[in-house]
Design a protein around this ligand. Sequence first.
Ligand code: FPP
Length: 256
Amino acid sequence: MANKKKVVAPTAHWTGAKPPKLKPDQIPNHVAVVMDGNGRWAKERGMPRTAGHEAGEASLLDMVHGAIEIGVKELSAYAFSTENWRRSPDEVKFLMGFNREVMRSRRDEMNDLGVRIRWVGREQKLWSSVLSELREAEELTKSNKVLTLNMCVNYGGRAEIVDAITSISKAIKSKKIKPESITEKNFAKYLYSPQMSDVDLFLRSSGEQRTSNFLMWQSAYAEMVFLDVLWPDADRRTLWNAIEIYAERERRFGKA
Ligand code: FPP
C-alpha cells in the first residue's frame, strides 16, 4: 500500500487571528473570489499597476491558509479573464508571466498543505508556458483532498458556456447524444471543470459590485458579498468576514 502523504497544517495568521466559530452548515463549501483593486492599490502608492498584482499574491496565499483553517473545501480565484487581453500589452505580458511564476514557486507549498490545484479556462490564446506550469501543478497535486484551488486563468463565464455548447453540438453531430437528452445536470459535464461544485459564496474585493463574467453557470444561487477592501489589503480575515456575512443569510434556492 502506498504511504499516506503527510499534510502540513496551515500557518496561523501573523496577528494570531482565529477563524470565527460557526456551525458546519454555516461554512460555504465553495468560495469564488474576484481579486479586484490591485491597480488602485498601486496608484494610491504612486507605484505601477503591476506592483499591485505582485502584492496580491500574498493575499491569495493567506486566503488559502484561512480557507483551510475554517473548513472551506473549494476556492476559485479569478487570476486572468478572457477580457483581460484588452489591457495594455505590457500588463498582459506581466500577468501571464506572473501567473506562470506564482504556479512554479508556490506549487510545493500548496502540495504540502494538501491543496489540489486545478486550472479552469480556455486554452486558445493562453501562453503555452503558463499552461504547462498549470498542468504541472495539477499533476503534482492531483491526489490532494484538503482544499481544491481552481486557478481561473483565461477564464470567462460566457466563453465557458459557448465552449460547452460547441462540444455538445459536436457530440450531437456525431450521434453521441440526442438533443432531447440535454438537462442542466449533463450540460454541466461540458463545462471546463465538470467536477466543480456550485459556488456558495461569491466574494469580490475593491467595493465594485459586479460579477464580471466569473463562474456564471456555477454561481446561479451563490450569495454575493462585496467588500470595500482593495485586493492587496485582503487576507484570510477578509474571507472570514465574508463567511460571517454569508452565515447570516437565508438561502432558499427558489423555495418560499
Ligand atoms: C484585478 O485588479 C486583478 C486582476 C486583473 C487579476 C489578477 C490578480 C492578481 C494578479 C492577484 C494575485 C494573483 C495570483 C495569480 C497570485 P485590477 O487590476 O483590475 O485593479 P483595479 O480595478 O484597481 O484597476
